[in-house]
Design a protein around this ligand. Structure first.
Ligand code: CMP
Length: 139
C-alpha cells in the first residue's frame, strides 16, 4: 500500500511572486493536510545536499543557484496515496507540458523555475521531510 506522506517546497520563484498562500490553499483544497511548515532560505551547500542525486546532471549548478537565490517554504503533507496524488496536482516538471489546472501550469515559468517540488517516492518523501523536519524519522 502506498504511503500517506509527501514533501514539498514552494520554490524561490513562486515565493518571490507572492503565490505562497494561493499554492498552500490549492494543496488544502485537494485534500492534503499540512503536517509541518517552514519558511527558510537554503544555503548553496543545503541545496547541493538536497539535490545531490542530480549532481552529475548538466542543470545541477543552475538548479542549486536558483534554489538558494531566495526564500522557500518547505512542507510535509498528509493524504492517502500522497506521493502520486501530489505529483498529479503539481503537474509535469516542465510547466509547458503540465496539464491545465495544475500548480505548475498556473504558477511556473520554466523547467528550472517550476514553482514547486514534490517527492517522487515514499522513501524520498521521508528522506526529504527529515532534511527539514527532524522528527519525521519517528513512527
Ligand atoms: P524538482 O521536482 O524540484 O526536482 C529536480 C529539479 O531539477 C526539477 O524539479 C527541476 O526544477 C530541475 N530540472 C529538472 N530537469 C531540468 C532541466 N532539464 N533543466 C533545468 N532544470 C531541470
Amino acid at each position: 500500500m502506498s504511503g500517506t506522506t509527501t514533501f514539498t517546497m514552494i520554490k524561490p520563484d513562486a515565493f518571490e511572486a507572492g503565490y505562497t498562500g494561493l499554492i498552500l490553499q490549492k494543496f488544502i483544497e485537494n485534500g492534503f493536510k499540512i503536517k509541518a511548515l517552514r519558511l527558510t532560505h537554503l544555503h548553496k551547500e543545503d541545496a547541493e545536499a538536497f539535490y545531490a542525486v542530480h549532481s552529475a546532471r548538466p542543470f545541477f549548478n543552475g538548479l542549486v543557484a536558483f534554489m538558494s537565490s531566495g526564500p522557500i517554504v518547505a512542507a510535509v503533507l498528509e493524504k492517502e496515496n500522497a506521493v502520486e496524488d501530489f505529483r498529479k496536482l503539481i503537474g509535469s516538471t516542465n510547466p509547458s507540458e503540465a496539464a491545465d489546472g495544475t500548480v505548475r501550469k498556473l504558477f511556473a515559468t520554466s523547467i528550472e523555475r517550476n514553482a514547486v517540488h514534490g517527492s517522487d517516492s515514499d522513501e524520498n518523501a521521508l528522506i526529504e521531510s527529515n532534511f527539514f523536519f527532524s522528527h519525521f524519522d519517528r513512527p
